[in-house]
Design a binder for this molecule. Structure first.
Ligand SMILES: NC(=O)c1ccc[n+]([C@@H]2O[C@H](COP(=O)([O-])OP(=O)(O)OC[C@H]3O[C@@H](n4cnc5c(N)ncnc54)[C@H](O)[C@@H]3O)[C@@H](O)[C@H]2O)c1
Length: 736
């Protein structure tokens, strides 16, 4: 901070006059939908706390959020501010500043209470932890958590020190190391909050809590104290015990996040080492560790991905409504689903979970029954993961009705087609369905790679035909590609994007090119993977190395998941669309011919999968692999960097080509789609941010060095290399 400049108040904190010694401090950031703790807001809090300290009559202070609409207490620190910090010392100083102000709150003479309604995350949770007591509304959207590690940092305003001191080290570790927010029930059980109240009476209940505290032990009053066992207290209290706790947590971190995500490891150090220190020293350690993390490329990449995905979820910068608007279906509306297979069943479960009704149509009762089994399995899975009560399953199932004809489709607000990937069948289904649909209803095809423009040729109202490419498993994969056919109207695109967002998805707009974006880029990668096998490299090593690069699975594992039949169908569409350079290797074209060897769904693919026991480690299917490559043991030795150069660089090249052809609008659309559609190493920020980090020139040289026309660098890549620029440097204009 330079000079004693007079700071402008954000007007975020309103101190209400005290009644009977109890004052409410309301946080309501003007002009923002949610409350965020920016540097300026923290400065203001500092001033208002001084004011409170100066009023003798205030004996209890209740801090609460003033955002009735969004229902947030505090959504966290201002992430864009963290993104902007590039100097480690500055990052440390910002953490120390936050710690100092929350320290002032913690040491107030008055009893302090956080009254939490809605999201209480990151810096918001740290503020609540700095209060003497916490009460939360028993509201489904109330969530308390410290998700910083998910953005590559750790809680830096005292969270790693105060939470373990409040609830014990062992209980606090998973909260901070996973970053998963707690619901009210769990927060109460762990002792993170002291009480829960009905949302309508939160204010009154916090006042009562203050009255009780003032009548009792004041700042020492602990109604919700969740006592730990003597054993746990002894374990956590000794250096040896803490080493044991650390080693167990470390194993977990290594298993779940590996070496690419340093934040959980540093958060563990901050918590375990800090626990054995004074609070002051622990806070200093925390500031030091967060400072180093905040300026790391991992943190910047994770924040970029987070900010762009949030913008896409909100629809910032998406197109304007066209004339004769097609409408997104309203809440509770009927969604027509054609095809009750893998995708149709998954979509029925998803739309029902999001409050819509679904009408499912397939050609036979058997197909519909198997669709219902899929829906039930998805819902049961949520029950098993405690995301839903068992008793609720029946309600969600009841929202799905079905038929083998188009009865009931007249009331659909949108129709999604998910029948087999065959253009003639899709056209026939479109013609049949279109006759009974209302004037503004959009017909969305979930095709993986077929041309939406071609499908429009069969339509009576082509303007309302859109591609809506969900990914499998549809209830879990966040991405959806929204494809504009040559005659699709802007209104129809906006309607499906709005609908996709209402399902919690991230829509990315694509032009109608073969494979759209994600499958096109993946197609090149899978082709190369099979070529590498044919060249005699080890399949296991390939998958292992690509996983260690940061992908959720290796390319052969991915092909087993997708299904060899599907993979070879998509690759032949890409071949047809792009010609010789996209020719699949012979071995890949042959895959999918044997109906018993289609990947996980048939138990056999490149690997032999252990039936339903997902935990059983798959073994190599040597019979299939020997037909493509070498016998086990006789593999070629890879040269340094082979896997990344031969598998990831061609993906970058293809993505650059798609961007050059304006299949998507921006480099961040590419990265967003690849991270959320395929799990492309998020800490690398997606393929194009990764390319920038390597330098485009080096990639171009490597691609040229292969001397293969299919791997030749595309025009866009070559231009960037010539200008010594990157996809984001000079910085890319953001959408909208
Ligand atoms: N499975 C995936 O991973 C995935 C991912 C994204 C997109 N897709 C696309 O989604 C679509 C469906 O794929 P899937 O995997 O669910 O296929 P699937 O084979 O599991 O299901 C297709 C269903 O369509 C039904 N069907 C066939 N003709 C019909 C008709 N005339 N009317 C109504 N139903 C009919 C079939 O009986 C079957 O139940 C395809 O276009 C596919 O490319 C699939």
């Amino acid at each position: 901070m330079t000079g004693p400049e007079k700071k402008v108040s954000t007007g975020a904190w309103k101190l209400e006059p005290a009644e009977e010694g109890i004052a409410f401090l309301v946080f309501d950031l003007p002009g923002e939908k949610v409350n965020k703790l920016s540097g300026a807001v923290i400065d203001d809090l500092d001033r208002v706390l001084d004011e409170v300290a100066g009023v003798e009559s205030i004996r209890a202070l209740v801090v609460c959020g003033g955002k009735e609409d969004s229902g947030t207490f505090i959504a966290g620190a201002d992430i864009a501010e963290i993104r902007g910090v590039t100097d480690e010392q500055e990052a440390r100083a910002q953490a120390r500043r936050g710690q100092a102000v929350l320290g002032k709150l913690a040491s107030m003479k008055a009893v302090t209470i956080a009254a939490i309604h809605g999201n209480c995350l990151g810096g918001g949770a740290e503020l609540a932890l700095a209060c003497d007591l916490r009460i939360a509304s028993d509201f489904e959207k109330t969530r308390i958590g410290l998700p910083e590690v998910q953005l590559g940092i750790l809680p830096g305003f005292g969270g790693t020190q105060r939470l373990p001191r409040l609830i014990g080290l062992a209980r606090a570790l998973p909260v901070i190391l996973t970053g998963k927010p707690l619901d009210v029930r769990k927060a109460l059980k762990l002792g993170v909050i002291d009480e829960a109240a009905h949302p309508a009476s939160l204010r009154e209940s916090s006042r009562e809590l203050a009255v009780r505290a003032l009548a009792g032990k004041g700042k020492g009053y602990r109604p919700g104290f969740a006592r730990r066992s003597l054993f746990m207290r002894l374990l956590e209290g000794s250096g040896l015990g803490r080493s044991y706790i650390r080693s167990r947590a470390l194993k977990n971190i290594q298993r779940k996040t590996g070496r690419h995500y340093p934040a959980p490891r540093r958060a563990l150090d901050s918590m375990v080492d800090g626990y054995g220190m004074s609070l002051k020293d622990g806070l200093e350690l925390e500031a030091k560790l967060v400072g180093a993390l905040a300026v790391s490329p991992t943190c910047k990449n994770l924040i970029d991905i987070f900010l762009t995905s949030e913008a896409a979820r909100r629809g910032d910068g998406s197109g304007k409504k066209g004339r004769g608007a097609a409408r997104a279906p309203g809440e509770g509306a009927m969604v027509g689903l054609l095809g009750a297979g893998v995708m149709g069943g998954g979509l029925a479960a998803l739309v029902s979970l999001k409050g819509y009704r679904a009408r499912l149509k397939d050609i036979s009762r058997e197909a519909i029954s198997s669709g219902y089994r899929r829906i039930a399995a998805i819902l049961q899975g949520r029950v098993a993961r405690r995301r839903m009560k068992k008793s609720e399953v029946i309600n969600f199932m009841a929202r799905v009705s079905s038929s083998t004809d188009y009865a009931g489709f007249g009331s659909a607000g949108i129709v999604i087609e998910a029948v087999v990937e065959d253009m003639e069948i899709k056209k026939k289904v479109l013609r049949e369905a279109e006759t009974g649909l209302g004037a503004h209803v959009v017909f969305a095809s979930n095709t993986s790679a077929l041309s939406v423009t071609d499908l429009q040729n069969a339509a009576k109202r082509p303007g309302r035909i859109v591609g809506l490419h969900f990914f499998n498993p549809v209830e879990r994969m966040p991405l959806v590609e929204v494809i504009r056919g040559s005659r699709t109207t802007e209104a129809a695109l906006v309607a499906v994007e709005t609908f996709a967002r209402s399902l919690g998805k991230i829509p990315v707009r694509c032009e109608d090119a073969p494979g759209f974006l994600v499958n096109r880029v993946l197609g090149v990668y899978l082709n190369e993977a099979v070529r590498l096998l044919a060249e005699g490299y080890s399949p296991e090593e390939m998958d292992r190395e690509i996983r260690s690069f940061g992908m959720p699975m290796g390319p052969l594992e991915l092909m087993d998941e997708v299904g060899h039949d599907v993979a070879s169908k998509v690759s032949s569409i890409l071949h047809k669309g792009f010609g010789e350079r996209a020719r699949p290797p012979d071995a890949l074209s042959g895959l999918g011919n044997d109906p018993a060897v289609l990947g996980r769904k048939t138990g056999r693919g490149f690997y032999i999968h252990g039936g339903t026991g997902r935990r059983r480690k798959p073994k190599l299917n040597t019979a299939l692999l020997a037909k493509i490559g070498r016998e086990r043991g006789g593999y070629r030795t890879p040269y340094a960097g082979l896997w990344v150069k031969r598998l990831i660089y061609p993906m970058i090249n293809e993505a650059a080509m798609a961007l050059g052809e304006e299949v998507v609008a921006t480099a961040s659309d590419v990265d967003l789609a690849m991270v959320f559609g395929t799990g492309f190493a998020p800490f690398r920020g997606g393929p194009l941010r990764y390319a920038d980090s390597l330098g485009i020139g080096a990639i171009v040289e490597t691609l040229k060095g292969f001397g293969e026309s299919r791997l030749a660098p595309c025009e866009r890549l070559q231009e960037l290399a010539d200008r010594d620029e990157g996809f984001y440097t000079p910085s890319e204009p953001q959408n909208g």
